[in-house]
Write a new protein. Structure first.
Lengths: 478, 436
């Protein structure tokens, strides 16, 4: 039995030290590109963990056993505190996920960045499709000019499955990204969130869409909202291309996550309908959108220097054209779209998050305060047995930290699993982001939030435990 | 105050809850003074438990005030007698494109109201969204903002149609105005919110008449500020349609707004235009209906707020339970004494239950009071129908009687859920065992 206990304690101590080192690792590694440095960090972290356990295992064993016993003594209280912490960690994780994602997409990159070319002034941008070729080359005209590594044109085609405008709503409206289907995997953001089988499936869809321009893929959530399924044929009555109503065949569903509410069509279908079919059926008259059908061009450039060159070339090439264009980094473009939400996001970051964290600290503080209040006699006995004030304080802090860190870890683990695997992201549509997947780094947030708030919440009760006076306690008992 | 099913349920259940509390206190002969003293004696725990209520209810008040502000903004926009005409199939002004020559017949209707000068109240408009590089933008911060610009054919008439006069000192615009440096600037009036927002670029509270700003390839000069607070027009820039359409590549009108006698006539006119006007076909709706549809975003925010608040409240309930369980376990002997003095188990239950509710009422009221401080603050957001388009708006956070009642009701529910199980455990204690 002793061996089992010892093994359990060892495992627990190792896990604790491992977790303590893993947190900075998970937080720090994504920002290190060099493999050797990564291996070095991992090696040092593991070594530190082992040294920690070996050097302090005696003290650790005692502390952990004591802390665990204290927590298990009032299982109801520990469970309620843990449950409250888990719920609040869940809320904070969700809010931080949204903020983290938006921060990530609006942060300027220095390598492998994307640029967006749009009409200079108007939103939505509407450029002549003929701009596309020049823009795909980044406006390069001279032999030494910089060229983008890849490009993608976007044409927006929106419409409803219902012809009557008065009845149009979210349940019958669909917006298509009109684009070269092959570019979906090479140029769209967030492809790394897809599994290999999803990527293979999308490749197949793209091939089919190239062969038959009427074939489309629609996000799984949008399909559900439209009450349609793969294999269905639909007719879309457009509201941005008047009298260009197109028939489609749905050949696949984009998986849960970023594109769950999106739809992709072959732009060739739209261009043929606007430039060839419409004039043929309207006595040769050009469609009013014929010269406005290119909404956006994405360019991939290797670094900031190339971006600056390409941006200059693009803006120079179209300086005297109507409409003129602007070239900006994707992060800058997205930031402009998010500008309308800035107060909401500010509130989430600076009002909601702190209040949620303080609430968590208060719940833990309540539990630990009650616990200390109930155990003043026990603290006095420990002092009589030779425990120093600081040691008693660390025991109380240890209880809170263990409870907070474990609750946080379990909560964030479950949140990650449920939100990412089952729900497909936090469904909080902001700008053109329909859902937010919880990042892998969030697995480190849980224990950190739990432990951090527990530490803050338990400092005062721990100090009060430290200050317990033996004579006072025993005089009351007597 | 409009009486709706929601208000009846909300205020009815709150009254019922408070009445129940009063009945428990007065008829149940509960040792209330004992509970009050206990709350005071154990003040650190009382304070911490109360904090849970304050934080959750305070946060809820702020978040609901934001959503309420959005609702009030969209509800306050639009005139009851106005009919909004867009191109057939267009779900928003942004996607509308009305051919100028084809729609003049819209104004020939007899059911359009005339102003005192005998002019038919019709507003011909071109609505565009334009991106503007922010003057004096901080490096690394936001560099551009999107502005909503509305080109008006006749600004005076449009002001009357939308019932939006100018602030004192302002004047309606014509085409352009020569600046002191000889530059020709486009004249414009700004919504109050927009004037404040653009004033930040110049460290001013608000832009005023004769202030100049850059937009598109031209300079613009402010001639007036609209009294537009509380409507979506608060975030707009109005200028001459001929200038706006030409500069931003939208020569045709996007919107025509007709003023009819009243809401009923507006509905009839809208239906008639949608059904019978075919040169070309148009999509007409009452202006009130149009803004009602913009509530879709509000609903999305409201659901998120409800979800978050419920999760946080459950967390808070666990905290309250902790405190109340501790109160019961620390006062086991007291409970024994109370029972021996003749208090029934039900009275003991009521005593602890009321203690929890009292804490909830105090914490809830404080939370509401602190949360209510946000009333009147302004925030930017988007109001949209979910069918594309949408409007950037500047809204005022509004704390009203519904939010106050919801906050108090929520606190009471939290207190009841958190206090009931510990109170039940107190009720089940046997007098002799508890004294042992």
């Amino acid at each position: 039995m002793d061996i089992v206990k010892s093994l359990l304690m060892w495992t627990f101590a190792l896990c604790l030290a491992g977790a303590a080192v893993a947190v900075p690792l998970i937080m720090g590694l994504p920002y290190v590109d060099d493999l050797f440095t990564r291996l070095l960090i991992i090696g040092v972290a593991v070594a530190v963990a082992v040294l920690l356990v070996v050097a302090f295992h005696q003290a650790l064993f005692f502390h952990i056993r004591f802390v665990l016993k204290s927590l298990l003594r009032n299982l109801l209280r520990s469970s309620l505190t843990a449950a409250a912490t888990m719920l609040l960690v869940f809320v904070v994780t969700c809010v931080w996920t949204v903020l983290w994602f938006l921060h990530a997409v609006t942060s300027e990159k220095s390598k492998d960045l994307k640029a967006i070319v749009t009409e200079k002034w108007q939103i939505p941008s509407q450029m002549p499709f003929s701009y596309g070729n020049t823009l795909a080359d980044g406006g390069a005209r001279q032999p030494g000019d910089a060229k983008p590594q890849d490009s993608m044109n976007w044409q927006f085609y929106g419409g409803s499955l219902i012809q009557d405008a008065a009845q149009r709503n979210r349940e019958n409206i669909v917006f298509f990204f009109g684009m070269d289907p092959k570019k979906f995997l090479t140029m769209m953001d967030g492809i790394d969130e897809f599994t290999q089988s999803e990527i293979d499936q999308i490749k197949k869809y793209a091939d089919e869409m190239v062969k038959d321009k009427r074939k489309v893929v629609i996000g799984v959530e949008r399909l559900k909202a439209l009450h349609k399924q793969v294999g269905d044929k639909i007719k879309v009555y457009s509201f941005n291309y008047k009298d260009v109503d197109l028939e489609f065949e749905i050949i696949g569903a984009l998986p849960k996550g970023r594109y769950a509410l999106s739809a992709v069509m072959n732009c060739q279908y739209l261009n043929d309908a606007v430039n060839e079919d419409y004039p043929r059926t309207h006595s040769g008259k050009k469609h009013e959108m014929a010269e406005k059908s290119l909404n956006l061009v994405w360019l991939r450039v290797p670094d900031t220097k190339t971006y600056e060159k390409v941006a200059g070339q693009v803006e120079t090439a179209f300086a005297n054209s109507t409409p003129s264009v602007k070239c900006e980094t994707a992060s800058s473009g997205v930031a402009s779209f998010l500008d309308a939400y800035r107060d909401l996001l500010w509130g989430m970051e600076w009002i909601f998050s702190p209040i949620a964290l303080v609430s968590m600290a208060v719940v833990i503080a309540t539990a630990i305060s009650i616990s200390v209040r109930e155990r003043r006699t026990e603290m006095a006995i420990l002092k009589v047995l030779g425990f120093g004030p600081w040691r008693i304080m660390t025991l109380v802090l240890g209880e809170a930290l263990l409870l907070g860190a474990l609750s946080g870890m379990i909560s964030v683990g479950l949140t990650y699993l449920i939100v990412n695997v089952y729900i497909g992201g936090i469904p909080f549509p902001i700008a053109f982001f329909p859902a937010f997947r919880i990042p892998i780094y969030a697995l480190a947030w849980g224990p950190m939030i739990g432990a951090g708030t527990a530490l803050v919440g338990s400092i005062v009760p721990a100090l009060s435990a430290r200050a317990v006076k033996v004579s006072e306690v025993f005089s009351k008992v007597a | 105050m409009p009486i709706s099913l929601f208000s009846i349920i909300l205020f009815g259940s709150l009254t019922l809850f408070l009445a129940l509390m009063a009945v428990l206190v007065f008829l149940g002969k509960v040792p209330l003074r004992y509970n009050l003293r206990n709350l005071v004696v154990r003040w650190p725990i009382t304070l911490l438990t109360g904090m849970a209520f304050i934080l959750v209810i305070g946060l809820m008040t702020v978040m609901l005030a934001f959503v309420n502000g959005l609702y009030q903004l969209t509800q306050g926009s639009g005139q009851p007698g106005n009919v909004m005409v867009l191109a057939d199939g267009a779900t928003d002004e942004l996607f509308s494109n009305l051919g100028a020559s084809d729609i003049t017949q819209l104004a020939s209707r007899d059911d359009i109201v005339r102003d005192e000068d005998g002019h038919k109240l019709v507003s011909w408009e071109t609505y565009v969204v334009v991106n503007q590089p922010i003057a004096n933008a901080v490096k690394g911060g936001r560099q551009r903002r999107f502005l909503q610009v509305r080109g008006m054919q006749d600004p005076v008439l449009s002001g009357r149609v939308h019932n939006l006069p100018l602030h004192e000192g302002g004047a309606w615009f014509s085409e352009v105005q020569e600046l002191p440096d000889g530059t020709q600037a486009i004249q414009a009036v700004l919504g109050e919110g927009m004037a404040r927002e653009m004033g930040k670029d110049r460290n001013k509270a608000s832009l005023e008449p004769n202030d100049v700003f850059d937009l598109g390839p031209r300079k613009w000069v402010v001639t007036g500020v609209l009294k537009s607070s509380g409507s979506t027009f608060d975030s707009e820039i109005w200028a001459k349609q001929s200038r706006v359409g030409e500069m931003f590549g939208k020569p045709a009108y996007t919107t025509v707004v007709l003023r009819s006698a009243d809401a009923g006539t507006a509905k009839t006119v809208a239906e008639d235009l949608t059904k019978n006007y075919k040169t070309p076909a148009v999509s007409a709706q009452t202006e009130k209906d149009y803004f009602e549809k913009l509530n879709n975003t509000n609903a999305q925010f409201l659901y998120s707020v409800i979800f978050i608040v419920i999760i946080m409240a459950i967390g808070g309930v666990f905290g309250v339970m902790n405190a109340m369980f501790a109160a019961v376990s620390q006062r086991t002997k007291d409970i024994g004494v109370l029972r021996i003095l003749g208090y029934t188990p039900l009275q003991v239950l009521m005593s602890f239950f009321l203690e929890s509710l009292l804490l909830a009422v105090l914490g809830g009221l404080l939370g509401i009071a602190i949360g209510s401080l946000c009333h009147g603050f302004t925030a930017s957001s988007i109001a949209g129908s979910g069918a594309g388009g949408g409007k950037s708006v500047v809204l005022k956070l509004v704390v009203d009687q519904y939010i106050l009642a919801t906050g108090l009701g929520f606190a009471l529910v939290m207190g009841a859920l958190g206090g009931l199980i510990p109170a039940l455990s107190a009720m089940r204690l046997k007098p002799l065992e508890s004294l042992r």
